[in-house]
Design a protein around this ligand. Sequence first.
Ligand code: F6R
Length: 234
Amino acid sequence: MKLIVVKDRQEGGQKGYNVFQSAYDNGAKVFGLATGSTPITTYEAISASDMDFTQMTSVNLDEYVGLAADHPQSYHYFMQEHLFNQKPFAHSYVPDGTNPDAVAETARYDQIIADNPIDLQILGLGQNGHIGFNEPGTDPELTTHKVALTESTIKANARFFDNESEVPRYAYSMGIASILKSQHILLEAYGEEKAAAVKAMVEGPITTDVPASFLQNHADVTVIVDEAAASKLS
Ligand code: F6R
């Protein structure tokens, strides 16, 4: 893993942008994208750039089951707001949260990834070491699959909904095996609350207890962390 320590998420966003740009300059055509607060500064830098994605493809990591693309809490909507409105892609794929047939939807998504091998995948990191919706204990061999959200995730997400009963109970997510197929991986993590997960990901054993530790098996991972998230590294 190549580790880059920055002052804050602003500087990290710029460095993340540099990684995007060098992939772009080297002919990357398919970009794997994440939602959440972490990649926002990178998406801002991309939005302000003159990069053109109108011949490119994007493939997102995950989506809540039950939420349509126009639901304000859907990951589809998030991407629209934070990137696609400013930088449209020729094709943007996000799992279809409205498809109730999990077998069909996950197979469809695996086929999309097979047809569009990801050149650069951007990731955030959960406080418990998750990547995508791959929580501790997830089988690392899984490709796209349906995930039951944990009680703690449901509670954490409740603030975005009118009440807890509206929080989706399931998500569709790329698996660890899908993520590891990407040619390059860029993971960003900011804040003290990510420090333990960063240490476990970088220095700990490869274990299903820390899904991000499987990134140690990948040949081309860049990790951008701020000083707070790097604070537990030896
Ligand atoms: C987002 C995703 C999640 C987040 C992670 C960190 O598509 O799959 O794994 O990257 O939960 O979230 P933030 O960036 O909000 O701290």
